[in-house]
Design a protein around this ligand. Sequence first.
Ligand code: DC
Length: 235
Amino acid sequence: MNWCAKQGLRIAIDGPSGSGKGTVARLLAEKLDLPVLDTGLLYRLVGFLALRKGVALDDEAAVARLVAEVIPTVQWDQRGISHQGRWLDQELRGEHVGTAASKVAAMPEVRRQLLALQQRLAAHGCIMDGRDIGTVVLPDAEAKFFLTATQRERARRRWSQLQGLGREVDLDEVHAEIKMRDQRDASRKYAPLKPAADAIVIDSTTLRIDQVVDRMLAILHRRGLIEACAKNRHQ
Ligand code: DC
């Protein structure tokens, strides 16, 4: 079945680490021919650069200065994120960068600066995934989903992803890391991880990715936000 999205459709997908939101967002974007923006990459880029430049992760003013420098040099689209002309991917995926990202993401000034950038990029329709898309970045998005799964299952998924990247890691260590990250992301004062009041919550613990995507497509169709069309615009 081919689907066409309503002009300018914005879909927010939030959820904790390892909930599968990135994969689901990419698959949905392919099916609907919409750009997909992974906002975690922005926070990861800031964390990565702070680590590389030796900026202390508890010095909010210094991290905020770094963000102000970074924003004009950032290119960010469905391919991912580039900084000073270099596309970054593997460098941003490591657990230590994720932890640094979670620390800088708790800083209100960092969030404030990145908010405007995210809103500008989403203006003409997109699928955006993160932690606060439905609550803060796009509170008026036409559709909002909150994807979750048990902590153990999310740890197992992250562990298997890291194994796939050739990193030897212990499942219990990954679980402990996820637990700490969940606590930090959900308990921070500004834009904490939580479902928007009007978000549809999907627990993916026992679902395959394609089942999650099908469920979302059915919901979007029921709401009149997408329609079956004869052929995909790419064909
Ligand atoms: O989704 P991720 O693991 O790539 O995100 C990395 C960190 O960035 C995560 O710990 C929380 C933070 N983040 C956020 O606070 N708000 C977002 N919209 C996206 C990510």
